[in-house]
Design a protein around this ligand. Structure first.
Ligand SMILES: Cc1ncc(COP(=O)(O)O)c(C=O)c1O
Length: 417
């Protein structure tokens, strides 16, 4: 197997990679869906439940204090990881989806009025579309789509053009919601520039960082975004934990999301007053073990080095782009220029259904995703119902990509001969 220096350094940290699938070593190329967990993250969950388990903020005994410390220290380390200066701006949720729904119902729904607009892009995941549709329907607002190229005279495929955005940024727009990295095209969007343009018109920006968080440095302060959402499981952490970052002025505009324990200051018979944020948005028993696991995952990523990870992913992506160029029956979606994209590559093998392709790849031990990847609007725009997606993580090797391309021959033999 051709070894990549970073992959060979970290592979041993991920016990699941020892698995064989259909007599082949597992080639896990579905990292955009979820990432595998290093031993330190698995150990942190075991450690929490075997030595610290307790509820938070509800006891003065030692275990309760330890659990509270773990939870709040987790908040601090997560703030640091995404470049937030105040850990009070970090709200824990179940994932990106819940973080965006939180903003849609606790902020947008009561800010929006009839005739207002929300800008979204044609490359958004359903999690960054449907909550806005629901908020718009409840308030009489509408969604406006920032199209992707190709447009007449445009340069690349699957890019967002700034001239188009200029036209869309009118006084009716109350929010721009955009992904930092497309979960299908691999496009890397210029968040700082988007935020700058929107802010010139006084428009807040929400960034969906679900795909970006494990692939590049996140800097909410440098980007100056108003909201940012991501999921722990996409950055080598546990499922069931997500993050919403919100600027102080936006937090002040937000109403509670859910009512219950932990989010109140005083409860009266008919009404209640709220705790300060972030507790105001964290009703009920929080995911303490998951926060501990996420903090362990982010420490792991920081120790490996996010710039190293970014470089590794660029190298794998460059290799995959070269391999795609060899085949005329493979249609690759998204930018062809490595500068515009990262290691999420969706494609189709002409005249073969993507599910059939994925099935044959699985027979070779290769895990990829087939379907619309929660982007029906984008697939409609691409003119296909579904695609096959390979997506890289820190443990992937060039040889796994080559194995995928040679296994595609088997799909050709079965379905095209
Ligand atoms: C770009 C993007 N946004 C949002 C989500 C939703 O993430 P989750 O299911 O963890 O809430 C995903 C998941 O694939 C994604 O790729």
């Amino acid at each position: 197997m051709q070894q990549h220096p970073l992959a060979s350094k970290v592979r041993g940290d991920f016990p699941i990679l020892k698995r064989e699938i259909n007599d082949f070593p597992l080639a896990y190329l579905d990292n955009a869906a979820t990432t595998q967990k290093p031993q330190c993250v698995i150990d942190s969950l075991l450690d929490f439940y075997s030595t610290h388990n307790s509820n938070v903020s509800r006891g003065v005994y030692t275990l309760a204090e330890e659990a509270t410390e773990i939870y709040e220290e987790g908040r601090e380390s997560i703030a640091k990881f995404i470049g937030a200066t105040d850990y009070g701006n970090i709200i824990f949720t179940r994932g990106t989806t819940e973080s965006i729904n939180l903003v849609a119902s606790a902020w947008a729904q009561h800010i929006l009025k009839t005739g207002d607009q929300i800008i979204v892009t044609e490359m958004e995941h359903h999690s960054n579309l449907v909550p806005w549709q629901m908020a718009a329907q409840a308030s009489g607002a509408e969604l406006v789509y920032w199209p992707i190229t190709p447009e007449a005279g445009s340069a690349g495929v699957g890019l967002l053009e700034f001239e188009k955005l200029e036209d869309l940024l009118t006084d009716s727009v109350k929010l721009l919601a955009v992904t930092a990295v497309s979960n299908v095209l691999g496009t890397v969007n210029h968040i700082a520039k988007i935020v700058e343009m929107a802010h010139k018109r006084g428009i807040p920006v929400l960034v969906d960082a679900a795909q970006a968080v494990a692939r590049m440095p996140i800097d909410v302060t440098g980007w100056d975004c108003d909201f940012l959402a991501f999921s722990g499981h996409k950055v080598y952490g546990p499922t069931g934990i997500g993050v919403l970052y919100a600027k102080k002025e936006r937090l002040d505009e937000m109403l509670p999301f859910q009512g219950g324990g932990g989010m109140i200051r005083q409860v009266g018979r008919q009404s209640s007053t709220w705790a300060d944020s972030p507790q105001k948005f964290e009703a009920g028993t929080p995911p303490v073990a998951e926060v501990y696991g996420l903090a362990a995952a982010l420490k792991y990523v920081s120790d490996v080095g996010i710039f190293e990870i970014q470089k590794h992913e660029k190298e794998l992506t460059a290799h995959a782009l070269n391999r795609f160029a060899e085949f005329t029956d493979l249609e690759l979606y998204g930018p062809q220029d490595i500068c515009d994209r990262t290691g999420v590559l969706s494609f189709n093998l002409r005249n073969v259904h993507p599910h059939d392709v994925a099935q044959v790849l699985d027979e070779g031990g290769i895990a990829v995703r087939a379907g619309h990847h929660c982007t029906q609007i984008l697939h409609e725009r691409l003119g296909v119902a579904a695609s096959v997606r390979m997506s890289f993580g820190i443990y992937n090797e060039v040889s796994e990509i080559d194995h995928l391309f040679s296994t595609l021959d088997r799909a050709r033999d079965i379905f095209l001969d």
